[in-house]
Design a protein around this ligand. Sequence first.
Ligand code: AGP
Length: 590
Amino acid sequence: MCGIFGMIGDGAVGNTLRALGYLEYRGYDSAGIAALRKDRIDVYKTAGRIAALKKFIGDVPETDIAIGHTRWATHGEVCAANAHPFLSPQGRFAIVHNGIIENYRDLRRELNGALFTSDTDSEIVAHLLEKEYRGNALEAVLATARKLRGSFAIAIVSVSDRVLYAIKNKSPLIVGMSEEGAYLCSDIRCASHWASSVAVTPDDTVVELSDNGARFFRLDGTPIEVAFFAPDKAEEAERVDGDFMLKEITEIPSKLRLAEQGYFSSGGLGLTRDIARRLSRVYLIGCGTAYHSGLEAAAVARQWLDIDVLPVIASEFIYDNYTVDGDTLAIFISQSGETADTVRACERVRRSGGIAYAVTNTDSSSLTFACQRTLNIRAGAEYAVASTKAYNCQLVTLTLMLLDLGRMRGTVSDATYDEVLRGLEELPRAVEKILEDGYGIAQLAEQLKNSTAIFYIGRTADYPTACEGSLKLKEISYIHSEAYPAGELKHGTLALIDNTVAVVAIATSRELRDKMASSVTEVATRGAKVIAVSPYTFENAVRLAIPETHPYLYGIAAAVPLQLLAYYIAKRLGRDVDKPRNLAKSVTVE
Ligand code: AGP
């Protein structure tokens, strides 16, 4: 989702273009930059990829102040006119924006008669800056900031004083400094390519960035201190011969080991026995794949915990009336740590006095700053929009956390705990075996690619796996897909089953094997092609075998053939698997 970058320093145009490359992973549909010249700002923007922008810009002269933007359309179609930056009417300011200005319609009405060049909510900022300008750019920025409602990280170039400004509320904004320059950026990973020290800008803040350094202000103009720290240096974005998604799936075995080691080396659950015993509920909160890992972890933890473990979709949690008090542990799951819905849900828990933990792949993210404790899943950077290895590693971390909680509450014995640890040790090898069968899965994909719909079914802890398999398929192949608890099919969805659809049945439970066999027969007799993801064989179904593993850990292994199946189907349909249409890697608006 939108990425912003700004720089004061030599080679600002070249560096900004390079930074937009680092921000590509967030997902975008158009891009642009603004370069400050002696007494004007030049804006270059196009629909499409950064490569198109570079071609469009050609060999423009360098400068020492520039801002850039990758846009993921929310207001207004994808076209050059709606791409950022936007110039203010008299050309005094140029702005780029990540987030949503919720009151932009009201603000536009107030500017009765003003000529807008786009359909975006963002352009209003450029107009307000001009309107509020009375000879002092900082005052104009502060006055504009006070009028905005919603979520925004805005970078502003000002011609009059040759300064970069920023306004920040609820969308991530990093300020960076180095010997060579000063920077504004949407994420630390990108900023760390230049900055030797970074600061996370608090909400409701205006930043002034000049040759003299960074100054931070509350919206009433009061200066505030914000701490700088040295970021971990991001590695150069790797280039792979094939697709990032496939590379990330093949990394799962090694990352599972790191997730387990990381959990123990970082001190584990980190609750005192008293607090663990006093807890009355645990929420597992996230979006998309992260929500599914919560759904799966809750399904297995129900086997051993004596309190409610409730998986909740973050965007629902914010507006619903879930009970939160001092005896509530809320675990927020997010690969990026920047998902706006998840961060908002966390703020809600903190306001209500609950204990907020982050399970994330990204240290120093908005989520880690909002939570009291962070457990890093150590999956390594994910570039493909479709999350894969993070899911498996989230499950390792969550399973260990909830097992430790069970131990502290006396509901998990040492023997059970040791058994699961042994199972975890064997898991990477089990996943390697699944990966070795990639060719078989690719062949199956060929047979399934023309299905009109693919349904995923499972019971109890296999149902979340079905949800994740279905999400993976729909997001990268664009085939219609839904997941159901297997027993629920006959209450309506069975009407959709015929010989044009496929059904993927996840069946890892020995006890529920016969029940699943009935579900498989139910859909097979109606003509569906059935694939069973299981350690067992089923009549009427092609089997994607998974090795036997500990019952609490099946979800971690069973997701892998589903990730591969989605990947190969999408490839056979010629989709852009790493950058599927309409989706963003980092969803920074609610
Ligand atoms: C996963 O394949 C999706 N692209 C998406 O559902 C993702 O999991 C979701 O947006 C949450 O992201 P997060 O883990 O970075 O918070």
